[in-house]
Ligand binder design. Structure first.
Ligand code: URA
Length: 434
């Protein structure tokens, strides 16, 4: 078989066979498919698409590019949650301790920030000492002790995705439903879970900008998960404006702690409760969604979720005192406030631009190996729908280096749109897929 023939077939709209897809994934993993041919096939897939059968074969080949983690010696169902990526999207740090406190086993493997979107691992590393690179034995020990572990993918998990993702990132081939599906689901299937709740983002700050595309992505993810024996369901949520009020790693962890203490922004709290409740149902510790929501809200009210978060931090080498003393987080002491240029309603706070502004400050990466500054970020002093007077504060930029502030200010200023009409209130959750 020749790589060029596989590329030509997909370029001309043909259907790839299982053997051709396997040949591609094996070649990418072994380094025998050069980057230029792998990239050409990725572009052909982006332009021509894949059937659900081809997507299933691609996912399966990617799962088998490594090993599947075996967690069967630990009791109970293992449930994870995954988001397709957003700005200020920090729910994992809230729902994981809450669901664990209610009795579900949570082996959560997360990623780093991609493009303008934030990553759970970068947020966790804002906690002094917190280790995300645990060995398989350490992962199991953490699950046995605290019922939850928040880590990076171990090296055995879908290594083909690492190579393919790096190529997609620089060849304009991210926004493809079959490629996103195989990328996310190969990692989730390989991590050894029984069930998965997906948060598929839709809107300007998401990879899928329209509800139609987001629904198609959700359906693709759910069908591949269920066909592989991982009970999977998805909700679709709006990502036009950042979630919550904080964007930036330490700032977001503090916001999560506030939610676990019973406060914090209502959108973060409500979405975390919804996702966690679904995890309880899939983990068979709640009878239905209402029961799940009640259990999760009780775990917030009793402090059980907060206590579990302290234990998770301690188990993974972090300083649990951050929970009660935010001065232990790295903090950027220089601030620049962007104000409303005129009176009116805040009609838009563009998530993608805010995400890019926060990357500009140093909270994310322009290149894969760029260091992250955990202290910098943006606080939203106003949310879409708020009425503002001229000069009212809208965004509070926390920075360390003046040149970085200049870049961020240009993007953040464009993110703010003020109009005369109050924008219609849109529900955060726009649908679900089972
Ligand atoms: N997240 C992933 O892990 N893969 C994608 O392709 C997109 C988002």
């Amino acid at each position: 078989m020749r790589a060029v023939d596989v590329i030509l077939k997909k370029r001309d709209g043909g259907l790839l066979g299982r053997d051709e897809i396997q040949f591609f994934v094996t070649g990418v993993t072994a380094g025998t498919w050069p980057d230029y041919q792998a990239s050409a096939l990725l572009m052909a897939i982006l332009l021509r698409g894949m059937t659900i059968e081809e997507t299933a074969w691609l996912t399966d080949a990617m799962v088998h590019s490594g090993g599947r983690v075996d967690l069967s010696d630990l009791p109970g169902l293992k449930v994870d949650k995954h988001s397709t990526g957003g700005v200020g999207d920090k729910t994992s740090l809230v729902l994981a301790p809450l669901a664990a406190a209610c009795g579900v086993m949570i082996p959560m493997m997360s990623g780093r920030g991609l493009g303008h979107t934030g990553g759970t691992l970068d947020k966790l590393e804002a906690i002094p000492g917190f280790r995300v690179n645990l060995s398989l034995d350490e992962m199991k020990a953490a699950l046995a002790h605290v019922g939850c572990v928040l880590i990076a993918q171990t090296r055995q998990v879908a290594p083909a995705d690492k190579t393919l993702y790096a190529l997609r990132d620089v060849t304009g081939t991210i926004e493809s439903i079959p490629l996103i599906t195989a990328s996310i689901m190969s990692k989730k299937i390989a991590e050894g879970i029984d069930a998965l709740v997906l948060d598929v983002k839709t809107g300007s700050g998401a990879f899928m900008k329209t509800e139609t595309d987001s629904r198609r992505l959700a359906e693709s993810l759910v069908s591949i998960g269920n066909a592989s024996g991982v009970k999977t369901e998805a909700i679709m949520t709006r990502m036009d404006a950042p979630l919550g009020r904080a964007v930036g790693n330490a700032l977001e962890v503090i916001e999560c702690i506030e939610v676990l203490k019973g406060g914090g922004p209502p959108d973060v709290a409500d979405l975390s409760v919804e996702l966690a409740a679904r995890m309880l149902v899939l983990g068979r510790v709640a009878d239905d969604l209402t029961d799940g929501q009640t259990q999760i809200r009780d775990a917030i009210a009793s402090g059980a979720g907060l206590d579990r978060f302290r234990r998770i931090i301690e188990q993974q080498g972090g300083d649990p005192r951050v929970v009660d003393d935010y001065s232990r987080f790295p903090a950027a002491l220089q601030r620049h406030v962007l104000r409303a240029p005129r009176a009116g309603f805040l009609t838009r706070l563009d998530a993608e631009l805010i995400g890019r502004a926060s990357v500009g400050l140093g909270a994310g990466r322009d290149r894969v190996d760029d260091p992250i500054d955990p202290s910098v970020g943006i606080m939203m002093m106003a949310k879409p729908g708020d009425h503002l007077r001229a000069g009212d504060p809208v965004l509070d930029l926390r920075y360390r280096h003046r040149p970085r502030l200049e870049t961020a200010m240009e993007l953040a200023t464009r993110a703010i749109v003020i109009g005369d009409q109050r924008p219609a209130a849109e529900p955060l959750i726009v649908g679900d897929v089972h």
